[in-house]
Design a protein around this ligand. Structure first.
Ligand SMILES: Nc1ccn([C@H]2C[C@H](O)[C@@H](COP(=O)(O)OP(=O)(O)OP(=O)(O)O)O2)c(=O)n1
Length: 474
């Protein structure tokens, strides 16, 4: 969600009629994009956002069709009735059929019912309870449309199998503290501290503060009364009374703080970014790195995933994206999501099924290394799209790819690697990071000070290129 790109939106989103659109377009800045995560069997199968022409829910339908069945959807705002009706399509019918006697169901099935069964019919829809389209509330007819839409949403909700809810819980104890410490210790921040020892020691806190402000603007309705009005309009009047309201706001603020903290571990600081040391390489168009802000955004996704690790010492996250030949209908522009993962023991294993000690343990048999599946390995294994050899695919890893993963990434046909390189060249007893440095045929962009200096930075990243992506991705 980016204010820059919102200016293009001109009220094309939201449950408003055409006349209302015209009114909203005079107040461009208030329309924000909607983000959506599609999850199937605990696996992320889609990361989308609204585009100029389409809401996120509609994009999910175009992209996944009947594969949305039984998926869980996570929206950054409550979906409007136009999206919800398509998303729940199928589940109401399914419920009616479930209620029929068994013989009748089996009698119905061969007669084309199977097709109906495969309609969208998602499982659960959860959303962030702060509709950013504050403009819905200003002006009489805007309010009227918003209320009608909210009623339609409630009706669709109560007649479908899908569970529509606000999935917001208090964070577990010490979570913020833990995330703060691990973000501070992360490779990207460490590298800045090492290479710029005289950088303001507090640069990390400053970057974090900036992110907190930015995210509060994006995800929180600063005015409490307005927030209450929005909750009323979207059918959450039960959250408007205290202590529920203050608890809700506190939980929202905590989560925003958490997100901002993770994001500040890949900071927008001086001329740091993901760069290739190979200048010949960067001059070739197809090897060109993404605009820095887009690369940082994808790396933050990988950093978030690292918190799901099953390795209690070192969490690693990886995300794979690809760039198609042209823009698609998704708000992510030409880029589309391929897969993601984090380091963990083989899927389905229970706690303590496998050894979990590190290199310092003398007994090699009880070390974790032969059992842990690396973040990149999980991202490749559980990907939801094929990696097309003719397209630019890229992996974002929070740590340097190890010797086990480097040939896997190359073999899978991934064209670009964005990673931290703090461990490059290190050889430990059970894991080593020697091959990444020598890797050829895959472009490597590691976290460093722009090697070409500031002037070249500006030439390499003309406004048009950066904004082309930003309009798409955020
Ligand atoms: N690109 C990478 C690199 C590592 N890992 C995972 C595998 C292990 O779970 C863990 C290993 O990390 P380290 O090499 O940092 O080893 P230690 O956890 O022992 O930490 P230390 O650096 O203190 O030795 O990270 C991963 O998934 N992807």
């Amino acid at each position: 969600q980016r204010q820059k790109s919102q200016e293009k939106e001109e009220g094309k989103h939201g449950p408003l009629g055409d006349n209302e659109m015209a009114r909203v377009s005079t107040d461009k800045k208030q329309v924000k994009k909607t983000g959506l995560v599609v999850v199937k069997n605990m696996k992320i199968v889609g990361l989308h956002c609204s585009s100029e022409d389409l809401h996120a829910g509609k994009i999910a339908l175009i992209k996944h069709g009947s594969r949305l069945k039984n998926c869980d959807l996570y929206f950054s705002r409550k979906p409007c009735s136009a999206c919800l009706k398509m998303i729940v399509n199928g589940s109401a019918f399914e419920r009616q059929v479930e209620a029929l006697p068994e013989e009748m169901v089996s009698w119905l099935e061969p007669s084309g019912l199977q097709q109906v069964f495969q309609a969208a019919g998602v499982n659960r829809i959860s959303y962030w309870p702060a509709d950013p389209e504050i403009s819905l509330l200003s002006g009489a007819s805007g309010s009227e449309d918003a209320k009608l839409d909210a009623k339609a949403v409630e009706r669709l909700k109560s007649n479908s199998r899908a569970h529509v809810c606000v999935l917001l819980q208090p964070l577990v104890c010490f979570m913020v503290q833990f995330v703060e410490e691990t973000s501070h210790k992360c490779d990207f921040i460490q590298k800045i501290s090492k290479t710029l020892p005289d950088a303001n020691v507090d640069f990390y806190s400053e970057c974090r503060q900036e992110r907190v402000k930015e995210y509060e603007m994006l995800f929180l309705v600063s005015n409490e009364e307005l927030h209450k009005q929005i909750l009323m309009t979207i059918g959450l009047e039960n959250l408007c009374e205290n202590p529920y309201f203050s608890n809700l706001r506190q939980n929202m603020k905590d989560l925003i703080l958490l997100l901002a903290t993770v994001a500040s571990s890949v900071p927008n600081f001086k001329h740091y970014g993901f760069y290739s040391g190979n200048t010949e390489q960067i001059n070739e168009i197809h090897n060109q790195s993404l605009p820095q802000e887009v690369a940082r955004h994808c790396m933050v996704q990988a950093r978030l995933l690292a918190y799901r690790t099953e390795d209690h010492k070192t969490g690693v996250g990886a995300v794979i994206w690809a760039e198609g030949k042209s823009r698609n209908c998704d708000g992510t522009g030409a880029m589309y999501f391929i897969g993601c993962g984090y380091n963990a023991f083989p899927a389905g294993s229970e706690y303590a099924d496998f050894p979990n000690m590190d290199d310092k343990q003398k007994d090699r048999e009880i070390r974790k290394f032969r059992y842990i599946i690396h973040a990149e390995q999980n991202a490749l294994t559980f990907r939801c799209q094929e990696i097309k050899p003719e397209e630019k695919s890229m992996i974002f890893v929070t740590k340097c790819p190890c010797d086990e993963c480097v040939p896997l990434i190359k073999g899978a046909g991934i064209k670009q690697i964005y990673a931290g390189d703090v461990d490059v060249g290190k050889k430990k007893a059970d894991i080593s990071y020697m091959r990444f440095g020598e890797l050829e045929g895959v472009s490597k962009f590691t976290w460093q000070l722009n090697p070409s200096g500031t002037c070249v930075l500006e030439q390499n990243e003309p406004e048009s290129r950066e904004s082309k992506y930003l309009q798409g991705l955020y």
